[in-house]
Design a protein around this ligand. Structure first.
Ligand SMILES: [Zn+2]
Length: 559
């Protein structure tokens, strides 16, 4: 296999890529033999893999050296062209041809179903789709230009970010107040933009024959074997079973932090003396331990990790030139290997995110080894965080290796985070149900609804700055979520399934590792619900599973 540092970059020829796609389309429309079409399709795939590999390579280089303007420009250019290289008419031609059945045999039923259903989303109402993007850009621009008044000084959101989580309670109280003030002061404009966004999305859904936007967006999220009914049932079960555990967790945090009263100024702080630290802060130590973990789990996983490391597909070492605060995994389809980026500071938090990314990488590798079609390598969104979150949880079983005396801290920090992700995102899910079923609700009605849910999902926590909350301080702070409707429940579902899988691993290591591999090999061939059934697990929407997960969290968090 080619090493990462041996890859030679040249700009991909996107015209050639489009020409190859056009050839396939012509052959399909002309009724060529399946063999002929397959051959042309293989050529297209091969060149698409080449283009994607080089585009990904330059995208990575832009993160490795954020100071090089020429690379930044090239990466933006190439990624833009890659996004436009999709030929929707090719999909349409395949769907309406006798070749379809043969194509389905090769790529699976789900893939073709998805092609067809995604087509249905853009049949009409193009003006609404365009307007939706314009409004989202406006919201983003408006929010990114906000300045906050902190101690008589104008500060940016990122400056406030560090202060908000200060160990000094007075500092974080003032910072969180400043943030709420900023969003409340601009609440009217946010309210107007959000109102228009809801209206446009509703019109887009109706124009394409859907009853409301929720039905529309579930299709977009590739939820085919389940939908609103199951998601709502899930939400009710989490409220009933998980929220009382969340309340206990807040009480335990309050005690640990030694606070007389636990308020919205204290959330997200887990330890008075900071989060867990690894035994040694150097990268080689971290990677040796991750290797030990995978070798112990299964030879397949151990070899996958070793191969990435030995061939330079892990770019994790600290550098001033690197973009910080982000870690990601991408696949390199030509050498058939995933790549992980991070900027390792030697802290437990970044180590945890590297372990998280390695879970994504394992999934990609397992799917790459199984499917020719590059589009089958990534999982549907509702499933995509299961491998990564499962690895975070499995790493708890190996915490002694990484963290020594801080092992318990790592375990509690990770589990508290997971408990929070299972429950807190659901307030957004319920909020979205309200706004898209009531597209004519007023801005104040939306704020009131959100605040009601905000309090409900933080049981026993005192809400601060109620006057600012009434002007939308908390709702508009979540503006990023407006850009990903019906998406954040994904985090909840994935965390829940991850706990379930990690529990299987805890009970029986061999069976747990086999399940993890089975999950990785599913790739993009199934939706979430079908995948869970395929793995032989009980439905995540059921009360029984949520109870089991609740029990695991409660006992491991010692609540
Ligand atoms: Zn992830």
């Amino acid at each position: 296999m080619i090493r990462f540092d041996e890859i030679k970059y040249e700009r991909p020829d996107f015209d050639l890529l489009k020409a190859k796609a056009a050839k396939v389309e012509e052959a399909v429309r002309a009724g060529a033999t399946f063999e002929e079409i397959d051959k042309l399709n293989d050529e297209l795939q091969e060149y698409a893999n080449h283009c994607l590999t080089l585009a990904t390579y330059i995208y990575i280089q832009n993160y490795i050296d954020g100071t090089r303007e020429d690379i930044a420009e090239e990466a933006a250019n190439v990624m833009g062209q890659l996004a436009l290289s999709n030929v929707p008419t090719l999909n349409e031609a395949i769907l309406n041809s006798p070749y379809r059945e043969h194509f389905e045999e090769k790529n699976g039923k789900f893939y073709v179903e998805s092609m067809e259903k995604q087509n249905d989303l853009f049949k009409s109402g193009e003006e609404y789709a365009v307007r939706e993007q314009e409004i989202l850009t406006q919201i983003h621009k408006f929010a990114s230009e906000l300045e906050f008044d902190y101690e008589g000084e104008k500060v940016s959101a990122s400056k406030l970010g560090t202060l908000k989580n200060s160990m000094d309670r007075e500092v974080r109280r003032k910072a969180r107040h400043a943030e709420r003030q900023g969003f409340a002061d601009n609440g009217e404009e946010f309210g107007r933009l959000l109102g228009e966004l809801i209206e446009v999305r509703h019109n887009l859904a109706v124009a394409n024959g859907f009853e409301n936007y929720l039905e529309y967006v579930d299709v977009k999220m590739e939820r085919f074997s389940y939908g609103e009914k199951e998601l709502r049932e899930y939400c009710e079960n989490v409220k009933k079973i998980i929220l009382p555990i969340v309340e206990k967790c807040y009480k335990a945090l309050q005690k640990r932090l030694g606070l007389e009263e636990y308020t919205t100024d204290d959330t997200d702080i887990f330890f008075t003396d900071g989060n867990a630290m690894p035994i040694q802060g150097d990268l080689d130590f971290a990677l040796d331990k991750i290797q030990e973990m995978y070798d112990d789990m299964s030879p397949v996983l151990g070899n996958n990790f070793r191969r990435m490391r030995e061939n330079g597909y892990l770019q994790l070492d600290y550098s001033d030139k690197k973009v910080t605060g982000i870690a990601f995994t991408v696949e390199m389809p030509e050498p058939k290997v995933p790549f992980i980026y991070a900027n390792y500071l030697g802290t437990g938090d970044v180590l945890n995110s590297i372990i998280h990314e390695s879970g994504h990488a394992m999934q990609h590798q397992l799917s790459m080894d199984k499917y020719e079609n590059q589009e089958l390598h990534s999982q549907v969104q509702d499933l995509s965080e299961v491998p990564s979150k499962t690895m975070e949880l499995i790493s708890i079983e190996y915490a002694d290796l990484f963290f020594g005396k801080d092992a318990d801290k790592y375990k509690k920090g990770t589990l508290t985070d997971i408990l929070d992700e299972i429950s807190s995102y659901l307030k957004w899910f319920e909020f979205e149900t309200f706004i898209y079923e009531n597209p004519k609700a007023s801005a104040q009605e939306r704020i009131d609804k959100f605040n009601e849910l905000y309090a409900l999902y933080m049981p026993g926590v005192k809400i601060m700055d109620e006057d600012l909350m009434a002007k939308g301080a908390a709702l508009y702070k979540g503006f990023n979520i407006f850009g990903m409707p019906r998406y954040v429940i994904t985090y909840s579902l994935c965390n829940l399934s991850a706990v379930y899988l990690a529990n299987e691993f805890k009970k029986d290591k061999k069976k747990g590792a086999e399940l993890f591999i089975k999950l990785g090999e599913i790739g993009g061939t199934m939706d979430y619900n079908d995948a869970i059934a395929y793995m032989g697990l009980k439905s995540s929407f059921s009360e029984e599973v949520i109870r089991e997960v609740g029990h695991y969290l409660e006992s491991d968090l010692e609540l």
